[in-house]
Design a protein around this ligand. Structure first.
Ligand code: UDP
Length: 329
Protein backbone atom coordinates (compact mmCIF):
# COMPACT_ATOMS: atom_id res chain seq x y z
CA UNK A 1 0.00 0.00 0.00
CA UNK A 2 1.14 3.54 -0.74
CA UNK A 3 -0.92 5.80 1.50
CA UNK A 4 -1.64 9.52 1.22
CA UNK A 5 -2.42 11.00 4.63
CA UNK A 6 -4.02 14.42 4.39
CA UNK A 7 -3.64 16.30 7.66
CA UNK A 8 -0.84 13.91 8.62
CA UNK A 9 0.95 16.71 10.49
CA UNK A 10 -2.00 17.13 12.84
CA UNK A 11 -2.73 15.43 16.13
CA UNK A 12 -4.51 12.19 15.18
CA UNK A 13 -2.87 12.21 11.74
CA UNK A 14 0.70 12.25 13.04
CA UNK A 15 0.00 9.44 15.51
CA UNK A 16 -1.56 7.30 12.77
CA UNK A 17 1.39 8.04 10.49
CA UNK A 18 3.77 6.88 13.22
CA UNK A 19 1.91 3.56 13.49
CA UNK A 20 1.83 3.11 9.71
CA UNK A 21 5.58 3.79 9.51
CA UNK A 22 6.24 1.18 12.19
CA UNK A 23 4.41 -1.36 10.02
CA UNK A 24 6.60 -0.46 7.05
CA UNK A 25 3.94 1.21 4.90
CA UNK A 26 4.93 3.86 2.38
CA UNK A 27 3.32 7.04 3.70
CA UNK A 28 3.08 10.47 2.11
CA UNK A 29 1.91 13.22 4.45
CA UNK A 30 -0.02 16.00 2.69
CA UNK A 31 -0.69 19.00 4.92
CA UNK A 32 -1.00 22.76 4.47
CA UNK A 33 0.42 23.35 7.98
CA UNK A 34 -2.37 25.79 8.87
CA UNK A 35 -3.13 23.78 12.01
CA UNK A 36 -0.60 20.95 11.60
CA UNK A 37 3.08 20.98 12.61
CA UNK A 38 5.95 20.07 10.31
CA UNK A 39 7.87 18.87 13.39
CA UNK A 40 5.19 16.22 13.96
CA UNK A 41 6.29 14.49 10.74
CA UNK A 42 9.55 12.85 11.62
CA UNK A 43 10.22 10.24 8.94
CA UNK A 44 7.58 10.14 6.21
CA UNK A 45 7.67 11.95 2.91
CA UNK A 46 6.08 15.35 3.37
CA UNK A 47 4.26 17.47 0.77
CA UNK A 48 3.14 20.92 1.87
CA UNK A 49 -0.17 21.30 0.09
CA UNK A 50 -3.79 22.26 0.44
CA UNK A 51 -6.75 19.98 -0.24
CA UNK A 52 -8.10 22.74 -2.51
CA UNK A 53 -5.00 22.53 -4.71
CA UNK A 54 -6.19 19.92 -7.24
CA UNK A 55 -3.02 20.05 -9.30
CA UNK A 56 -0.70 19.41 -6.36
CA UNK A 57 -2.96 16.66 -5.06
CA UNK A 58 -3.06 14.93 -8.47
CA UNK A 59 0.73 15.29 -8.88
CA UNK A 60 1.31 13.76 -5.46
CA UNK A 61 -1.04 10.87 -6.13
CA UNK A 62 0.69 10.10 -9.44
CA UNK A 63 4.27 10.68 -8.31
CA UNK A 64 4.01 8.37 -5.30
CA UNK A 65 1.68 5.78 -6.88
CA UNK A 66 -0.88 6.31 -4.12
CA UNK A 67 -3.33 3.43 -3.62
CA UNK A 68 -5.39 4.71 -0.65
CA UNK A 69 -6.10 7.92 1.21
CA UNK A 70 -6.60 8.62 4.90
CA UNK A 71 -8.29 12.02 5.15
CA UNK A 72 -7.72 13.88 8.42
CA UNK A 73 -7.35 17.40 7.02
CA UNK A 74 -10.22 19.39 8.54
CA UNK A 75 -11.10 22.00 11.12
CA UNK A 76 -12.22 20.18 14.24
CA UNK A 77 -13.03 22.55 17.11
CA UNK A 78 -16.67 22.41 18.15
CA UNK A 79 -16.71 25.82 19.84
CA UNK A 80 -14.94 27.61 16.99
CA UNK A 81 -17.26 25.99 14.44
CA UNK A 82 -20.19 27.82 16.03
CA UNK A 83 -18.61 31.25 15.52
CA UNK A 84 -16.89 30.56 12.19
CA UNK A 85 -19.35 28.32 10.31
CA UNK A 86 -18.23 29.58 6.88
CA UNK A 87 -14.65 28.42 7.42
CA UNK A 88 -15.86 25.03 8.64
CA UNK A 89 -18.27 24.38 5.73
CA UNK A 90 -15.67 25.59 3.24
CA UNK A 91 -12.76 23.54 4.54
CA UNK A 92 -14.52 20.39 5.69
CA UNK A 93 -17.17 20.14 2.98
CA UNK A 94 -15.88 21.94 -0.13
CA UNK A 95 -12.28 20.87 0.55
CA UNK A 96 -13.26 17.22 0.97
CA UNK A 97 -15.43 17.33 -2.18
CA UNK A 98 -12.36 18.55 -4.04
CA UNK A 99 -10.23 15.74 -2.63
CA UNK A 100 -12.87 13.19 -3.68
CA UNK A 101 -12.92 14.62 -7.22
CA UNK A 102 -9.15 14.31 -7.54
CA UNK A 103 -9.15 10.81 -6.06
CA UNK A 104 -11.82 9.56 -8.44
CA UNK A 105 -10.20 11.25 -11.46
CA UNK A 106 -7.03 9.35 -10.59
CA UNK A 107 -8.72 6.01 -9.95
CA UNK A 108 -8.23 6.03 -6.15
CA UNK A 109 -11.26 4.41 -4.52
CA UNK A 110 -10.10 3.53 -1.00
CA UNK A 111 -10.64 6.17 1.65
CA UNK A 112 -10.58 6.23 5.45
CA UNK A 113 -12.43 9.31 6.63
CA UNK A 114 -12.24 11.12 9.99
CA UNK A 115 -15.75 11.56 11.30
CA UNK A 116 -16.98 12.37 14.75
CA UNK A 117 -19.36 11.57 17.58
CA UNK A 118 -20.68 15.08 17.00
CA UNK A 119 -22.78 13.70 14.08
CA UNK A 120 -25.21 12.26 16.66
CA UNK A 121 -26.08 15.47 18.48
CA UNK A 122 -27.96 14.67 21.68
CA UNK A 123 -29.03 11.00 21.40
CA UNK A 124 -31.74 9.73 23.73
CA UNK A 125 -30.01 6.44 24.50
CA UNK A 126 -26.52 5.58 25.65
CA UNK A 127 -24.17 4.03 24.65
CA UNK A 128 -24.54 5.33 21.11
CA UNK A 129 -24.65 2.85 18.25
CA UNK A 130 -23.98 3.71 14.63
CA UNK A 131 -27.59 3.34 13.54
CA UNK A 132 -29.00 5.90 16.00
CA UNK A 133 -30.46 9.15 14.75
CA UNK A 134 -27.96 11.71 13.50
CA UNK A 135 -28.88 15.24 14.49
CA UNK A 136 -25.76 17.33 15.13
CA UNK A 137 -25.97 20.22 17.58
CA UNK A 138 -22.93 22.02 16.20
CA UNK A 139 -21.51 23.08 12.83
CA UNK A 140 -18.48 20.79 13.10
CA UNK A 141 -20.75 17.74 13.42
CA UNK A 142 -22.91 18.97 10.53
CA UNK A 143 -19.89 19.30 8.20
CA UNK A 144 -18.87 15.71 8.92
CA UNK A 145 -22.41 14.34 8.54
CA UNK A 146 -22.77 16.09 5.19
CA UNK A 147 -19.59 14.40 3.97
CA UNK A 148 -20.67 11.00 5.27
CA UNK A 149 -23.85 11.37 3.22
CA UNK A 150 -21.92 12.51 0.15
CA UNK A 151 -19.55 9.55 0.43
CA UNK A 152 -22.48 7.14 0.67
CA UNK A 153 -23.78 8.58 -2.64
CA UNK A 154 -20.32 8.42 -4.24
CA UNK A 155 -19.99 4.85 -3.06
CA UNK A 156 -23.24 3.91 -4.86
CA UNK A 157 -22.57 5.95 -7.99
CA UNK A 158 -18.79 5.90 -8.47
CA UNK A 159 -17.58 2.82 -6.59
CA UNK A 160 -15.82 4.78 -3.83
CA UNK A 161 -15.00 2.44 -0.93
CA UNK A 162 -14.79 4.38 2.31
CA UNK A 163 -14.71 3.68 5.99
CA UNK A 164 -15.81 6.60 8.15
CA UNK A 165 -14.55 6.48 11.73
CA UNK A 166 -16.61 8.43 14.24
CA UNK A 167 -14.14 9.45 16.92
CA UNK A 168 -15.36 10.20 20.39
CA UNK A 169 -12.90 12.33 22.42
CA UNK A 170 -9.35 11.82 21.16
CA UNK A 171 -6.67 12.30 23.80
CA UNK A 172 -3.29 11.08 25.06
CA UNK A 173 0.03 10.95 23.27
CA UNK A 174 2.51 8.54 21.73
CA UNK A 175 4.72 6.60 24.18
CA UNK A 176 7.95 8.23 23.01
CA UNK A 177 6.60 11.61 24.11
CA UNK A 178 7.89 13.43 21.00
CA UNK A 179 4.50 13.96 19.36
CA UNK A 180 1.29 15.02 21.03
CA UNK A 181 -1.65 17.40 21.03
CA UNK A 182 -0.84 21.01 20.10
CA UNK A 183 -3.76 23.12 18.88
CA UNK A 184 -3.82 26.88 18.49
CA UNK A 185 -6.06 27.99 20.06
CA UNK A 186 -6.25 25.03 22.44
CA UNK A 187 -9.89 24.40 23.35
CA UNK A 188 -9.87 20.72 24.35
CA UNK A 189 -10.37 19.77 27.95
CA UNK A 190 -7.43 17.45 28.70
CA UNK A 191 -4.68 19.65 27.21
CA UNK A 192 -6.18 22.70 28.94
CA UNK A 193 -6.24 20.85 32.26
CA UNK A 194 -2.60 19.81 31.79
CA UNK A 195 -1.62 23.35 30.80
CA UNK A 196 -3.23 24.47 34.05
CA UNK A 197 -1.03 21.89 35.83
CA UNK A 198 1.98 23.58 34.22
CA UNK A 199 0.76 26.99 35.38
CA UNK A 200 0.05 28.05 31.80
CA UNK A 201 -3.70 28.53 32.28
CA UNK A 202 -4.82 31.03 34.90
CA UNK A 203 -8.15 29.45 35.80
CA UNK A 204 -9.79 26.40 34.29
CA UNK A 205 -13.34 27.00 33.12
CA UNK A 206 -15.91 24.24 33.56
CA UNK A 207 -18.50 24.91 30.87
CA UNK A 208 -21.79 24.33 32.66
CA UNK A 209 -22.61 22.36 35.82
CA UNK A 210 -26.35 22.12 35.27
CA UNK A 211 -26.46 19.34 32.67
CA UNK A 212 -28.59 16.25 33.39
CA UNK A 213 -25.49 14.15 34.23
CA UNK A 214 -24.04 12.55 37.38
CA UNK A 215 -22.37 15.78 38.64
CA UNK A 216 -23.95 18.32 36.30
CA UNK A 217 -20.92 18.58 33.98
CA UNK A 218 -20.72 17.13 30.45
CA UNK A 219 -19.82 13.49 30.04
CA UNK A 220 -17.53 12.29 27.26
CA UNK A 221 -15.89 9.06 26.13
CA UNK A 222 -12.12 9.63 26.06
CA UNK A 223 -10.17 7.44 23.65
CA UNK A 224 -6.40 7.27 23.25
CA UNK A 225 -5.03 8.63 20.00
CA UNK A 226 -2.99 5.46 19.34
CA UNK A 227 -6.13 3.35 19.65
CA UNK A 228 -7.71 5.63 17.05
CA UNK A 229 -4.61 5.19 14.88
CA UNK A 230 -4.85 1.39 15.10
CA UNK A 231 -8.45 1.56 13.87
CA UNK A 232 -7.28 3.44 10.75
CA UNK A 233 -4.81 0.65 10.00
CA UNK A 234 -7.51 -1.99 10.40
CA UNK A 235 -9.78 0.07 8.13
CA UNK A 236 -7.09 0.45 5.45
CA UNK A 237 -6.41 -3.30 5.52
CA UNK A 238 -10.12 -4.08 5.36
CA UNK A 239 -10.59 -1.83 2.31
CA UNK A 240 -7.52 -3.36 0.62
CA UNK A 241 -9.08 -6.78 1.19
CA UNK A 242 -12.35 -5.82 -0.47
CA UNK A 243 -14.39 -4.60 2.52
CA UNK A 244 -17.22 -2.38 1.35
CA UNK A 245 -18.07 1.11 2.58
CA UNK A 246 -18.96 1.31 6.27
CA UNK A 247 -19.13 3.53 9.34
CA UNK A 248 -17.79 2.79 12.83
CA UNK A 249 -17.77 4.42 16.26
CA UNK A 250 -14.51 4.61 18.15
CA UNK A 251 -14.69 5.02 21.90
CA UNK A 252 -13.98 3.17 25.13
CA UNK A 253 -17.61 2.90 26.18
CA UNK A 254 -16.95 4.68 29.49
CA UNK A 255 -18.21 8.19 30.21
CA UNK A 256 -16.25 10.67 32.34
CA UNK A 257 -17.53 14.06 33.43
CA UNK A 258 -15.51 17.26 33.13
CA UNK A 259 -15.11 17.26 36.92
CA UNK A 260 -13.90 13.63 36.90
CA UNK A 261 -11.28 14.41 34.24
CA UNK A 262 -10.00 17.35 36.29
CA UNK A 263 -9.92 15.18 39.44
CA UNK A 264 -7.97 12.44 37.62
CA UNK A 265 -5.37 14.99 36.47
CA UNK A 266 -5.15 16.41 39.99
CA UNK A 267 -4.53 12.93 41.42
CA UNK A 268 -1.90 12.20 38.77
CA UNK A 269 0.03 15.43 39.32
CA UNK A 270 -0.66 15.93 43.04
CA UNK A 271 -1.85 19.49 42.29
CA UNK A 272 -5.08 21.32 43.06
CA UNK A 273 -6.07 23.35 40.05
CA UNK A 274 -7.73 26.77 40.04
CA UNK A 275 -11.18 26.28 38.46
CA UNK A 276 -14.50 28.03 38.11
CA UNK A 277 -17.95 27.25 36.76
CA UNK A 278 -18.57 29.11 33.50
CA UNK A 279 -21.66 29.26 31.24
CA UNK A 280 -22.44 26.31 28.99
CA UNK A 281 -20.52 26.27 25.68
CA UNK A 282 -22.93 26.60 22.74
CA UNK A 283 -23.34 23.35 20.82
CA UNK A 284 -22.18 20.99 23.60
CA UNK A 285 -24.33 17.85 24.10
CA UNK A 286 -24.62 16.64 27.73
CA UNK A 287 -23.43 13.08 27.22
CA UNK A 288 -21.60 11.26 24.42
CA UNK A 289 -20.56 7.68 25.11
CA UNK A 290 -19.86 5.15 22.37
CA UNK A 291 -20.75 1.61 21.69
CA UNK A 292 -17.81 0.36 19.61
CA UNK A 293 -19.12 -3.20 19.36
CA UNK A 294 -19.45 -2.96 15.59
CA UNK A 295 -15.76 -2.29 14.85
CA UNK A 296 -14.70 -4.79 17.52
CA UNK A 297 -16.78 -7.47 15.82
CA UNK A 298 -16.16 -6.56 12.16
CA UNK A 299 -12.50 -5.52 12.22
CA UNK A 300 -11.24 -6.94 15.52
CA UNK A 301 -10.41 -3.51 16.99
CA UNK A 302 -9.43 -3.63 20.65
CA UNK A 303 -8.43 -0.44 22.47
CA UNK A 304 -5.23 -0.76 24.51
CA UNK A 305 -5.81 2.24 26.79
CA UNK A 306 -8.98 1.79 28.82
CA UNK A 307 -7.99 3.58 32.03
CA UNK A 308 -8.54 7.35 31.97
CA UNK A 309 -5.65 7.95 34.41
CA UNK A 310 -3.22 6.04 32.17
CA UNK A 311 -4.48 7.97 29.13
CA UNK A 312 -3.99 11.30 30.90
CA UNK A 313 -0.52 10.15 32.02
CA UNK A 314 0.57 9.75 28.38
CA UNK A 315 -0.67 13.26 27.60
CA UNK A 316 1.03 14.61 30.74
CA UNK A 317 4.40 13.22 29.59
CA UNK A 318 4.04 15.09 26.29
CA UNK A 319 2.97 18.37 27.89
CA UNK A 320 5.64 18.24 30.60
CA UNK A 321 8.40 17.55 28.05
CA UNK A 322 7.03 20.04 25.52
CA UNK A 323 5.35 22.88 27.46
CA UNK A 324 5.35 25.00 24.30
CA UNK A 325 4.19 22.19 22.02
CA UNK A 326 6.15 21.75 18.82
CA UNK A 327 7.43 25.33 18.85
CA UNK A 328 10.93 24.51 20.12
CA UNK A 329 11.41 21.10 18.56
N1 UDP B 1 -14.71 21.75 28.52
C1 UDP B 1 -14.72 22.54 29.67
N2 UDP B 1 -13.74 23.49 29.79
C2 UDP B 1 -12.79 23.71 28.84
C3 UDP B 1 -12.80 22.89 27.68
C4 UDP B 1 -13.77 21.91 27.55
O1 UDP B 1 -15.56 22.41 30.55
O2 UDP B 1 -11.96 24.60 29.02
C5 UDP B 1 -15.73 20.71 28.38
C6 UDP B 1 -16.59 20.87 27.13
O3 UDP B 1 -17.67 21.73 27.39
C7 UDP B 1 -17.00 19.42 26.87
C8 UDP B 1 -15.83 18.59 27.40
O4 UDP B 1 -15.09 19.47 28.23
O5 UDP B 1 -18.13 19.11 27.62
C9 UDP B 1 -14.93 18.09 26.30
O6 UDP B 1 -14.65 19.18 25.46
P1 UDP B 1 -13.54 19.11 24.33
O7 UDP B 1 -13.46 20.48 23.71
O8 UDP B 1 -12.27 18.55 24.89
O9 UDP B 1 -14.08 18.05 23.29
P2 UDP B 1 -15.48 17.99 22.48
O10 UDP B 1 -16.36 17.07 23.27
O11 UDP B 1 -16.01 19.37 22.35
O12 UDP B 1 -15.09 17.41 21.16
Amino acid sequence: MSILVTGGAGYIGSHTVRLLEKLGHKVVVYDNLVTGHKAAVKRSLFVEGDIFDSERLADTIKRYHITSVVHFAAYSLVGVSMVKPKEYYHNNVVGTLNLLDVMLENGIKQLVFSSTAAVYGEPENSPITESMMKSPTNVYGRTKLIMENVMAEYSRSYGLNYIALRYFNACGAEGAGDIGEDHCPETHLIPLVLKACLGKTQCLKIFGDDYPTKDGTCVRDYIHVNDLGQAHILALNALANGHGSDVYNLGNGNGFSVKEVIAAAETLTGLTLPKEIAPRRVGDPARLVASSDKIRQDLGWQPEYTDIKKIIATAWRWHKNNPDGFEYQ
